[in-house]
Design a protein around this ligand. Structure first.
Ligand code: NAD
Length: 473
């Protein structure tokens, strides 16, 4: 009956580089979503009984398909997200690395065994949880689903993926390719929709765990809703990443890294540099940054931002900073690209003499904008970084090992770098921030994700009738 009375909403997918409609899809209805969850639940029973080494065969095949389709998949990411083609290729390469890690899980998640007393052994094994949900943001349409789904599936679970309503095409393609690789039907489902679909996933009793990646306000809501339904949840939120630049930093390398970090993927990375804390006199580095910014060219080395709304929001932030007394050194407002006049482009922007009280210093901007706060000392710089409500990433640029080591210890962020503007941990090292950049325990990728996607079973066995019964066994 539900099927008959439910109205299905339309989802218009737009190409951010041109503003043109790519295609119109229907949102998944609640009835359809419930059916897909039921199908996943049934499929998971057989999958859970399949030995992990057999599950891995599907992912070896999938890995091969990913490698052979790299260009095609990158074009799809470029089309629906607006990042440049070379950034899109890098995104698929990261998905490949994540899938390679999933393929290695039989070697890593193999459990343990110990003879704890004569004739008595204890073993631990990683058991599947059941059906899990992955909720993804718009900025990495292919990579973020690969942070979660390959590991969750390899560990014997079924996955319901809800991509961002801006970029569902890569997720749909992922399902098609997993099926082609031999993943049993029903195990990996995509559902399309927004807020109410997320609510359904958080509340549906068949779903046992929820991963979320997106902005902090929504991460808080999802974490609270999923936890209230007694589900395990990891919810990664937004970011405001600080780079401390010391006067002894290598000038060219620093300028190049800071600009690449703030402008890569049009600044729409949760690892992007947002605030540069210039300690003492760093004018030579700032001048080089201005030169570097001239090499960042919209529609060539700089992609579009996701929507008209995002473009306006970023430009309004720059205008507000100017009104509040900051100095715009490079201005990316009002950019148009010939032939793509309706595309959502914001040029690289450098704002100097920002103070820690200004809005631009505190809120996530998510565009190709770097704010420079000038500080007298490294202690003052660290205080600003520590005071941020976020804690995704932070980095220091210096040639002093001692300064670097002391600063690493003092940063209040989950992923830190030394002379690296985007300190993303490569597999098998795990990914997640601290503070309001993450809610829940563990990390979302790598070894730290294994316990999130499984239940640890502890088994004690005694096969020797002569072994005595003692206080424990
Ligand atoms: P978003 O929070 O707007 O959306 C994320 C997901 O939540 C989408 O699938 C969306 O459909 C859903 N959603 C939106 N509103 C909702 C609501 N009211 N209730 C329930 N669900 C809702 O994020 P976005 O704009 O797609 O992505 C950008 C954000 O993601 C940035 O803040 C960025 O820092 C963050 N991000 C964080 C990480 C990380 O690792 N910490 C990685 C990538 C992106």
């Amino acid at each position: 009956m539900l099927e008959l009375i439910e109205l299905k909403k339309e989802l218009t997918i737009t190409n951010p580089s041109t503003g043109a409609t790519i295609e119109t899809l229907s949102e998944t209805s609640f009835y359809e979503a419930s059916q897909l969850i039921n199908e996943a639940e049934k499929a998971q029973i057989g999958w859970a009984k399949t030995p992990i080494k057999e599950r891995a065969q599907v992912f070896y095949k999938y890995l091969e398909l990913l490698k052979n389709s790299k260009e095609e998949l990158a074009k799809l990411v470029h089309l629906e997200n607006g990042k440049t083609l070379s950034e899109s290729i890098a995104e698929i390469e990261k998905s490949i690395e994540l899938t390679e890690y999933a393929c290695s899980l039989p070697q890593i998640a193999k459990g343990d065994l110990l003879e704890v007393s004569k004739g008595v052994t204890c073993t631990t094994s990683y058991e599947p949880i059941g059906v899990v949900a992955n909720i993804a943001p718009f900025n990495f349409p292919h990579m973020v689903p690969h942070w979660t789904a390959p590991n969750a599936l390899m560990l014997g679970n079924a996955v319901i993926l809800k991509p961002s309503e801006h970029v569902p095409l890569s997720a749909i393609k992922m399902k098609e390719m997993l099926l082609k690789a031999g993943l049993p039907k029903g195990l990996f489902q995509t559902v399309l929709g927004g807020k109410s679909m997320v609510e359904l996933l958080c509340e549906n009793p068949t779903i046992k765990a929820v991963s979320f990646v997106g902005s902090t306000p929504i991460a808080k809501i999802v974490y609270a809703k999923a936890s209230a339904s007694h589900k395990r949840c990891i919810a990664l939120g937004g970011a405001k990443n600080h780079l401390i630049v010391m006067p002894d930093a290598h000038p060219e390398m620093t300028a190049n890294n800071v600009i690449a970090s703030m402008s890569g993927c049009a600044g729409q990375r949760c690892m992007a540099a947002s605030v540069m804390l210039a300690v003492g006199n760093c004018d030579n580095i700032i001048n080089l940054m201005i030169t570097e910014a001239t090499k960042v060219i919209p529609n060539k080395t700089l992609g579009a931002v996701i929507s008209k709304f995002a473009k306006e929001k970023i430009e309004n932030h720059i205008t507000l900073a100017e009104k509040q007394g900051a100095k715009i050194l490079v201005d990316g407002r009002g950019i148009t690209v010939t032939g793509k006049e309706n595309g959502y482009y914001v040029g690289p922007t450098i704002i100097d003499h920002v103070t820690s009280e200004m809005t631009i210093a505190k809120e996530e901007i998510f565009g190709p904008v770097i704010s420079i706060i000038r500080t007298e000392s490294i202690e003052e710089a660290l205080q600003i970084e520590n005071d941020s409500e976020f804690g995704n990433a932070a980095a220091i640029f210096t040639q002093s090992g001692r300064t670097a080591n002391e600063t690493i210890k003092s940063f209040s962020a989950g992923m830190v770098g030394v002379n690296v503007g985007v300190p993303v941990p490569r597999e098998p090292f795990s990914f997640a921030g601290w503070n309001d950049s993450k809610f829940g325990h563990g990390d979302i990728t790598g070894d730290a994700s294994i316990l999130f996607w499984s239940n640890l079973k502890k088994t004690t066995t005694k096969w020797n009738p002569e072994s005595k019964t003692n206080w424990m066994s």
